[in-house]
Structures are given as structure tokens and as C-alpha cells.
Design a protein around this ligand. Structure first.
Ligand code: MN
Length: 709
């Protein structure tokens, strides 16, 4: 089976490379041993055929080996690592890339989905050889489609027409595109295909004489002008292109068929134009049918001269004129640029070649000023800035590079983003911060009432996610500030033996106007955020004609009760981490609400004496939150100490949030641990437990209280 391939390879590859390819063949054959195709053939016949297609395009040895091994990861026990070990990383990467493309399946029929799917296929293959191997694989599968069961045949044919034919076209691989279309069309519409092709056969018989006649006339004329004659031939139209023309241009079969097409291949660009002159001299050109795709190439790099002539007997003749290089490019497109050149060792880096190919087309288009659309597409396909992932329903979402599960959630809907709590990526639970990769299937788990986490702002990359999270947090802060501000104001009013509900409406309005607040909520919000001082406002509110504005006496007011669930307007200072039961004090931070410290915290300093800067606080009787506390332990440096400590903490039903071990000296360690507890009683219990371990010598809160010697 290998000998035919070997013969083809030996026309352009050195013997030692063919040896390595043979080794890949033997490995593939052994791996697929016992497997059969639908046709009943040994499985290995398929990869060999794929390698043959690749060899036909003169692809390098790496690609040929990848062609031989392209199904082993997917269908056999052989792993990527084993391939890498035997045949090197380059081959393994190619095989892996092809396997990934094989795993994704196109299901939706929507136009936009097809376009996205094509982009995804291109984006997933960062080495363009992956695409070329994949296209060759698909080509052979289409050639052997008849052996497949009907549903598979149908699915493959649709996918080929919707995805692979356009990709081949975009990459300028004309012969692939034509065969994809021809075979895809035949499989989807077997009747139409049969009727059309038998009609074409009939017409062809009648046309043969005319065809030969015109061909001879053209050849003679070219020779007369000193141009080579062996490169003129009558072009066969394919069934699918006839069908498309009939459908799109609403032409009858005879109208489409009543056309003779020839191609003339010459040796240089110069000769192309000379040959054009010759044929225009021979038959009269049809006005406005001449196209110069040499000066202005098509979007995929295609170059040629097209013209239509009034032929003998009044039949129109379509003529294409191009040189050898253009012909090769027209047939093989991007693959033509992998044409193996053994001397060209320096350019063996395939990515460089892909870039060169792009650069070449870019240059062509720059010089001619034609559409850059293709460049934008391919450039973006080769150097992807975007990732394409599936929703659980099989739709494809396009997201910027680095997008995370949270970005994905917001891209679907802001409600999904706002209430997401976890993600499943390819059916596995994953953190919301996970950056997504092409081709993954992403599912978002939401919980009613869940809220966006401010931490998300550190990793989201899309504007939509960012602005939605910010917006939510801001409105959330506003709600909390209003609630908290109203409580603060009421407390200040109660110190003056009044309350908000008892205030006369006109007095409230007067004060609101004075401060330019439209409504009471704005006043509450300002107080809650620390932008206005509750005692000052309270004093103003109860001032009347009779009662002079009273002195501000914060000491006399009842402390405000804190629950720990006040949200973003109340934060607990990390320097002292107060917990329920501790004496506390609130420090106003303009615009950001309040920070709660231990009453004795050294960080408060002079602020304590500034009226309006501190608020007296006490703990509410009903607290459901847990609070973080900061402990330092001096322990004997011994095996298993950490385990014992963790055990003690778990035994009193407290949670470790963070743990850090500092080597003190050889004999002792200092362990710093942040633990979630309910209150002082809970903490006291915990400390007692910790001290029961004989390795624990000291326990202290917030900072080590023993001498560091
Ligand atoms: Mn295959």
C-alpha cells in the first residue's frame, strides 16, 4: 500500500525523509490494526489516501506524516506524547490540531452560525497545515461517502458545502472547493445531480465537434504569433456551478450550457496580455465582459484574465488566460506555498510561510487598491484575537481573546451575568475566572438572588461585563447607603429626642432645599456614604423658630447597632479585624461609607477626638454573618503541627481563610492564620482548643505579643 505513495514522494523528497514517513506509516498501520472503514477496507487505506492527496500538493514531510497519523489520537490508543516521542513535536502538534477539528461538529444551519463556525475552524488551527491536512481528510471521506450510512452521508455533505468548501475557497484551494461542491451536491440532491449530469453528457456529445474546432483555431492563431500551443484546452464546467448559475441567475439549462469555455496557460504575465490580444483579434470580444484579475486579483489572491468572445456559429466563448504560477495558485491556493523546496531550508518554518503568503496577497492588494476584506478575514484567522465557544444549545459565541466564563455569561444576557455563581466548561465545573479556549462548550450556573462579585472586575475583559458589574455594584452600594444613612440620621435625631417620622414636612423640605437634595433618599445616601454628617443634619432638622440649633453632642446619642451585613457602606478594618463582642468604633470615610475598627485600635489616633469623624457603634443582638479574625501562634517546629492546628480549628466549627508559616528559628515557627468565627465567645473557645496542643506555646490576636528573640 505504501509503494504508490512512496513513488509520488520520491519525485520531490529525499530518501531519508521518505524513510521517516515510512516509519509513520508502520506506526499508523499498527495502531489502526483490525479497524475497518464503512466500505470494508482496512482503516489504514484512508490515512494513506490522505497522505497521497497531500503529496499531490508537494507538502513537506511533516505534513505527510501528520496525514498518515491524523486519526490515531482520535481513534486508537496512541497518544500525542507518544507521537511526539517517535516523530517529533511538529508532527504531534499537527495531528493534535486535526483531532480537535474532527471533534467539533457543525449542527446549526443558520447562515451566521456557518460563518462563525468557519472562523472557529480557522482560529483553532494556528498552523495552517492543520487545515490543509483536515481538508485532505475531508476530501477522501467525500470520495468514499457512498459507503457511509445515509444520515452520516447527509450530515457530512451539508457540513462540506457549508463549511469546508467556503474555507477551501477562502484559502484559494480551487480544486478542493470544486470537488467538495460536486460531491456535496451529489450527496444532498442525488436526483438533481443525476438529471443535470446526464443532460450535460448529452449536450457534450453534440458540442464536441465545435469544441475541437474552436480549440484548433485558437492554437493555430497563438502559434502564428509565436506563443506556445500545448496549453489550450476546453474547460469542463462542473455540475454544481451549472446548478448555481441556473438558480442564482434564473437561467435555463440550455442558456447556461450554450457557452464554450477555454483556458490558456502561458509562461509569463507579459504573454498573458499578448495572448489576450491574439484571441481578441481572432473573435470579437463581448463588450464589458473583460476582467483583468491580474492587475486586480480576486479577494483570495486569484489572478487571471477573463474574456468572452463571439465565437463561430454565434456561440459565446469564455476564455481564461494566466501563467503557470497563477494556475498553480488558482488550484492549490495557500497550499501552493508549501511547495517543497529542498534547498529552501531557511524557510521551513511554516508560520513564516503562511505570513509570507499573506504578505504577498497584501502587497498585491495594496498595489491594486482592491478590497481588503479577505486580508482582514485571513489575518484575523491566522493570528486570532478572538475565541469561539459553544453555548449548551450549540450556538457559537464570539468573544475577545482572554475572555472568561463571566464574560461569556454577560455576553449571553446581563441577568445571567449578574446571577452566575459557577461555570461548567466541557461538562466540568470550573472557576468563573477561567479563560476560555476555542471550541469549548460553556454552561453557566445561576442562582436566583446571587450578586456580581467586585473581584470579577480583576479578570473580566469585555466592556459589557465590566460596565454591568460596575453598574450593579454602584446601584447596590446606593441601596445600602440609603438604608444605612437613614439609620444613622435616626440615631442622631433620637439623641435630640426626635425621629425622622416625627419631623414636620415643611422643615424637612427646607433642609433638603438648603442642601440641594431633590428627595430624602439623596440625603440618606450622602450620610450613608460619609459625605454628610448625621449629627449636623439632625441638628438642622429639629431647629425651629422656638428651638435654637442645638449643640452637637455625639456622646449623648445611643450607639448605632451593627449587624455585619450592611454591605458595601460598612467595611471591617483589616488592621484589627473586629468581631461581635469587641468594643468598636466607626470611622467615616468620605464617599466610601464607614470602616469599623476595634475601639482600642492604634490606627484611629487623633480621629477619635474629631466630632463627626467617628460614630459610636455597638453590635446588634442578631448577627448571622461570620467574621475574620487574625491570629498568631508560636509553635514548636515539629512534624504534624499544622495538621493538629487545622484539626483544632475544624473541631470548633471555624473556617481557615488563609494560613502562613514564618520560620522563627530552628526550634519555633510563627503561624499566622486568618479564621472565620462568629463572635468573641466562639473565638475564646477556639483559642482554648488551640492551647490544648502542647506544641502551641502562645496564641495572640492581631500581632505577636511575645518577644521576637
Ligand atoms: Mn480521517
Amino acid at each position: 500500500m505504501f509503494s504508490e505513495l512512496k513513488q509520488e514522494l520520491s519525485t520531490y523528497l529525499p530518501a531519508e525523509q521518505i524513510e521517516t514517513i515510512y516509519a509513520a506509516y508502520r506506526t499508523a498501520k499498527a495502531a489502526h490494526k483490525g479497524q475497518k472503514r464503512h466500505s470494508g477496507d482496512d482503516y489504514i487505506s484512508h490515512p494513506v489516501a490522505v497522505a497521497h492527496i497531500l503529496a499531490g500538493m508537494r507538502l513537506d514531510a511533516t505534513s505527510i506524516m501528520a496525514g498518515l497519523l491524523h486519526d490515531v489520537i482520535e481513534d486508537t490508543l496512541l497518544s500525542k506524547e507518544e507521537i511526539a516521542q517517535q516523530f517529533g513535536n511538529a508532527v504531534a502538534e499537527l495531528v493534535d490540531g486535526v483531532s480537535k477539528l474532527t471533534q467539533i461538529q457543525f449542527e446549526s444551519k443558520a447562515q451566521a452560525q456557518a460563518e462563525n463556525f468557519r472562523k472557529m475552524v480557522l482560529a483553532m488551527a494556528n498552523d495552517m497545515r492543520v487545515i490543509i491536512v483536515k481538508l485532505s481528510d475531508r476530501l477522501h471521506n467525500m470520495r468514499t461517502l457512498d459507503a457511509c450510512p445515509p444520515e452520516k452521508r447527509q450530515r457530512m455533505a451539508v457540513e462540506t458545502l457549508d463549511i469546508y468548501a467556503p474555507i477551501a475557497n477562502r484559502l484559494g484551494m480551487h480544486s478542493f472547493r470544486v470537488e467538495f461542491e460536486e460531491r456535496g451536491f451529489a450527496a444532498i440532491f442525488p436526483m438533481r445531480y443525476r438529471v443535470l449530469s446526464s443532460a450535460m453528457r448529452k449536450v457534450k456529445g453534440n458540442r464536441r465537434e465545435i469544441l475541437i474546432d474552436i480549440e484548433n483555431t485558437l492554437k493555430k492563431s497563438l502559434i502564428k504569433h509565436g506563443l506556445p500551443s500545448d496549453s489550450v484546452w476546453g474547460r469542463e464546467k462542473n455540475v454544481y456551478s451549472i446548478y448555481k448559475k441556473m438558480r442564482n441567475k434564473k437561467l435555463s439549462f440550455s442558456e447556461v450550457m450554450d457557452m464554450y469555455a477555454f483556458r490558456i496557460i502561458v509562461d509569463s504575465i507579459d504573454t498573458c496580455y499578448r495572448a489576450l490580444g491574439v484571441v481578441h483579434n481572432l473573435f470579437k470580444p463581448v463588450p464589458e465582459r473583460f476582467k483583468d484579475y491580474i492587475a486586480i486579483p480576486k479577494a483570495n489572491g486569484y489572478q487571471s484574465l477573463h474574456t468572452t468572445l463571439f465565437g463561430p456559429y454565434g456561440v459565446p466563448i469564455e476564455i481564461q488566460i494566466r501563467d503557470r504560477e497563477m494556475e498553480d495558485l488558482a488550484n492549490n491556493g495557500i497550499a501552493a506555498h508549501w511547495l517543497y523546496k529542498s534547498k529552501d531550508k531557511a524557510a521551513s518554518d511554516t508560520q513564516i510561510r503562511a505570513r509570507n503568503w499573506l504578505q504577498k496577497i497584501l502587497d498585491i492588494q495594496k498595489n491594486t487598491g482592491s478590497s481588503l476584506e479577505f486580508i482582514e478575514h485571513v489575518k484575523f484567522d491566522l493570528f486570532p484575537d478572538e475565541v469561539y465557544v459553544f453555548t449548551p444549545k450549540g450556538e457559537i459565541m464570539e468573544l475577545p481573546h482572554g475572555a472568561t466564563a463571566v464574560d461569556f455569561a454577560y455576553a449571553i444576557h446581563s441577568d445571567i451575568g449578574n446571577s452566575c455563581v459557577a461555570a461548567k466548561i466541557d461538562h466540568r465545573l470550573a472557576p468563573l475566572s477561567t479563560a476560555l479556549v476555542n471550541g469549548q462548550r460553556v454552561e453557566i450556573i445561576t442562582v436566583a438572588g446571587a450578586r456580581p462579585n467586585p473581584v470579577w472586575l480583576n479578570f473580566v475583559v469585555t466592556g459589557k461585563a465590566r460596565s454591568n458589574i460596575r453598574h450593579f455594584l454602584k446601584s447596590q452600594q446606593q441601596v445600602e447607603a440609603i438604608k444605612f444613612g437613614k439609620r444613622l440620621l435616626n440615631r442622631a435625631l433620637s439623641a435630640l429626642t426626635s425621629s425622622w417620622d416625627k419631623l414636620p414636612a415643611e422643615q424637612v423640605k427646607k433642609i433638603l432645599d438648603e442642601h440641594q437634595y431633590q428627595q430624602a433618599e439623596e440625603l440618606f445616601e450622602a450620610i450613608g456614604l460619609g459625605n454628610a454628617m448625621a449629627p449636623v443634619i439632625a441638628a438642622q432638622l429639629i431647629e425651629t423658630e422656638q428651638v435654637k440649633r442645638p449643640e452637637i453632642t455625639p456622646k449623648s446619642s445611643k450607639p448605632l447597632a451593627i449587624k455585619g451585613s450592611e454591605g458595601m457602606v460598612v467595611t471591617f478594618a483589616e488592621c484589627c479585624r473586629p468581631i461581635p463582642g469587641d468594643p468598636i468604633i466607626g470611622i467615616i470615610q468620605s464617599g466610601r461609607g464607614f470602616t469599623i475598627h476595634l475601639d482600642q485600635c492604634s490606627k484611629i489616633g487623633k480621629l477619635r477626638n474629631k466630632p463627626g469623624k467617628c460614630v459610636e457603634l455597638q453590635w446588634s443582638k442578631h448577627i448571622e454573618e461570620d467574621f475574620r479574625v487574625n491570629l498568631y501562634l508560636l509553635v514548636v517546629n515539629r512534624r504534624g503541627v499544622l495538621g493538629k492546628i487545622a484539626n483544632s480549628i475544624a473541631n470548633v466549627d471555624a473556617d481557615i481563610d488563609n494560613i502562613n508559616v514564618d520560620e522563627h528559628d530552628g526550634n519555633y515557627n510563627i503561624i499566622n492564620v486568618i479564621i472565620s468565627v462568629r463572635d468573641r465567645k466562639h473565638l475564646a473557645n477556639l483559642i482554648r482548643r488551640l492551647r490544648l496542643n502542647k506544641e502551641v506555646l502562645r496564641v495572640s490576636r492581631n500581632k505577636p505579643t511575645w518577644d521576637k528573640d
